[in-house]
Design a protein around this ligand. Structure first.
Ligand SMILES: *Cc1c(COP(=O)(O)O)cnc(C)c1O
Length: 354
């Protein structure tokens, strides 16, 4: 039964080895981010096989799935107050920006006889999570240092996720400097200085990441072989780790332009169409619930994606030489958001290839 997402574990392992080697050369350790594939433990195991010793996910539910893997688990989104009990059970560390939450984590950890590691986030311009006021961060660092149930593990920054503010050498220097200041105030060096995500890789390779920054949290680059500053492919990586196979349920010659009175879609937009005459159109049995049009590319280069509704994918297969039939399948190469949806959708079967 389709749709099926196939995971090429061999190619993933190649990506992990290639990207971590680039980081090791710059004395940077990798936290392997698993949220893109819903914390699937079979895929995360490939991270560990590739030498990654820290795993990060934005959901505690996903970290639960990783329980059996021998790696340090990080929650990479500020924890919800309502989940601190599960947090201290399933995560060793978390990224934080609220003192009240750290206090709640401290209480939960003490009650369980544990010590949870805290990484404080600084916002260096992306306007997502983190302290804007460095003095406030230093103050929270001091207070965290005094708590029994939490250990101040380090500081970190996230960039290029909301405002798409790029990582640059000034921002990395500011992060390294802040870590030094915090270290001086608490009288010891911080273990982790986390310089961002796959968007910092390009800068790192150019030597723009300051000494003292010793960690990156990587998802996209490991999975798709891409850094995110210029979206170029990294040397020695593969882009075909995730392939989605879907089945053709209708195949007919149809006009390229619709007929009748045009309304708007559920976002309020009116679609536009180019008249290419009659075309051979395939409908596949999957939709926006299962994948994302913008980050999917047909493996058969002669197929044009026309669009999708929640459960139908419309393709123009006129130029293909394959001669598709109803009941046959079509393959799509998946990028970031498409993979995320495929792994979130319970309608997509997951198959692993060694
Ligand atoms: C998603 C996420 C990452 C990983 O980002 P990639 O671009 O996939 O490398 C790292 N850090 C945080 C805080 C994230 O939310």
């Amino acid at each position: 039964m389709y749709p099926i997402v196939r995971v090429n574990k061999k190619h993933l392992l190649e990506n992990i080895r290639a990207v971590t080697a680039l980081c090791v050369a710059k004395k940077i350790a990798v936290t392997g981010v698993t949220k893109v594939f819903g914390g699937d433990p079979e895929i995360a195991a490939v991270y560990v096989e590739g030498g990654i010793t820290r795993l990060g996910d934005s959901r505690v539910d996903n970290l639960k799935l990783l329980k059996g893997l021998d790696a340090e688990k990080w929650l990479i989104r500020p924890p919800m107050m309502s989940e601190v009990n599960d947090l201290v059970t399933y995560a060793d560390a978390s990224l934080n920006s609220e003192l009240a939450t750290i206090q709640a984590i401290n209480d939960a950890a003490i009650a369980k006889g544990k010590v949870h590691k805290v990484i404080l986030m600084v916002d260096l311009g992306d306007i997502r999570e983190g302290f804007i006021d460095h003095e406030e961060l230093i103050d929270v660092a001091r207070k965290t240092e005094e708590m029994e149930g939490v250990h101040l593990y380090g500081i970190g920054v996230n960039l290029t996720c909301f405002s798409f503010i790029q990582s640059d050498s000034e921002k990395m220097a500011a992060l390294a400097e802040l870590s030094k200041t915090v270290g001086e105030r608490i009288g010891r060096e911080l273990e982790v200085v986390s310089g961002g995500n796959s968007a910092t890789l390009d800068l790192m390779m150019k030597g723009g990441v300051s000494e003292g920054v010793n960690n990156l949290r990587l998802g996209e680059s490991l999975l798709f072989g891409k850094e995110r500053a210029n979206y170029t492919f990294l040397p020695g990586t593969r882009k075909d780790v995730f392939t989605l196979e879907c089945e053709i349920v209708e195949l007919k010659e149809k006009p390229s332009v619709p007929w009748g009175t045009v309304g708007v879609d559920s976002y309020g937009n009116s679609p536009t169409f180019t008249d290419r005459g009659m075309r051979l159109k395939a409908i596949c049995a999957l939709g926006k619930q299962d994948f994302d049009v913008e980050t999917s590319v047909p493996v058969d280069e002669n197929i044009i994606i026309l669009g999708a509704s929640s459960d139908h994918l419309m393709l123009d297969v006129t130029d293909s030489k394959r001669g598709y039939k109803v009941g046959e399948t079509i393959q799509l190469q998946l990028g970031y958001f498409s993979t995320m949806r495929a792994f979130t959708s319970r309608y997509v079967r997951k198959v692993y290839m060694d």
